[in-house]
Design a protein around this ligand. Structure first.
Ligand code: NVA
Length: 253
């Protein structure tokens, strides 16, 4: 906001307890009086929907347990920078790991650009079925596709993009031990990346993305810091440019 010439009021958990001391409805009404935009990071997705319903200014979902749309924008911009404008059409994006909020929006965006999305998750960690139905619908209209498997190697075979995220998302901390056991075999490693597409025009044919923060269990250092294939830091930078674009467009600039 500062770079755009605006001001940001940051209300962390110590400042505001969404839905605890005051109803979300009232918080939405008050914040709408002070601000031109509300960017809300919540746990339960209905909380951000409730804020949007009762706000008179635009509400941006900055992360909920169901969706992470700003991350998808940054990821798609990063891929466009690598593959070129229109270059994502027909490319294969493999998601390896937890079928979570980040995957939901990324899959939705990727198939809309004509990408083929393959999702490899352990049993019990599949993405939301309703969201995947929407992804299928978009894929049919836009020429992309969606494939689900339990086999990470099958997902990454010939892939152009390999993506993963933490195995323990916000609010799941008490499941840590169980998740570590259940995700065995899903760590993205060099052998997986080498199954992906070979070089194209002198550039990596298979790149790696991660929304951060990264933990060593879901991806090896070798892949995460691979100077040619890993786009994680341009991806992190693009979180800034893309949220700026969203804010500008919502204030009508
Ligand atoms: N899936 C992660 C994303 C963090 C940016 C979480 O929800 O915690």
């Amino acid at each position: 906001m500062a770079m755009l010439g605006g001001h940001a009021l940051f209300l962390g958990p110590q400042d505001i307890q969404l839905g605890v001391n005051e109803s979300l409805r009232d918080t939405a009404a008050v914040l709408s009086r002070f601000n031109s935009l509300i960017l809300a990071r919540v746990f339960a997705h209905p909380d951000v929907q409730m804020l949007a319903k009762h706000s008179s200014v635009p509400v941006i979902n900055a992360l909920s347990d169901l969706y992470h749309p700003l991350q998808a924008l940054a990821d798609l911009l990063t891929l466009e920078e690598h593959f070129g404008e229109g270059g994502m059409e027909g490319k294969v994006l493999a998601w390896v790991g937890d079928g979570n909020n980040v995957l939901h929006d990324l899959a939705m965006g990727a198939v809309r650009l004509g990408m083929h999305v393959r999702v490899a998750c352990p049993e019990g960690y599949e993405p939301d079925a309703e969201v995947m139905k929407k992804v299928q619908g978009h894929a049919q209209r836009k020429g992309g596709s969606l494939m689900m498997t339990r086999d990470p190697m099958a997902a990454v075979e010939g892939a152009n993009v390999v993506v993963t995220d933490t195995w323990v998302s916000m609010g799941q901390e008490e499941e840590y031990e169980k998740r570590m056991r259940d995700f065995e075999g899903f760590q993205v490693n060099k052998a997986m990346m080498e199954k992906g597409a070979g070089k194209e025009g002198g550039k990596a044919g298979c790149v790696f993305l991660h929304c951060l923060p990264r933990h060593p269990e879901e991806v090896t250092d070798e892949v995460f810091y691979d100077e040619e294939r890993s786009l994680v830091f341009p991806e992190a930078e693009n979180r800034m440019w893309t949220v700026m674009a969203v804010m500008l467009s919502l204030v009508g600039k």
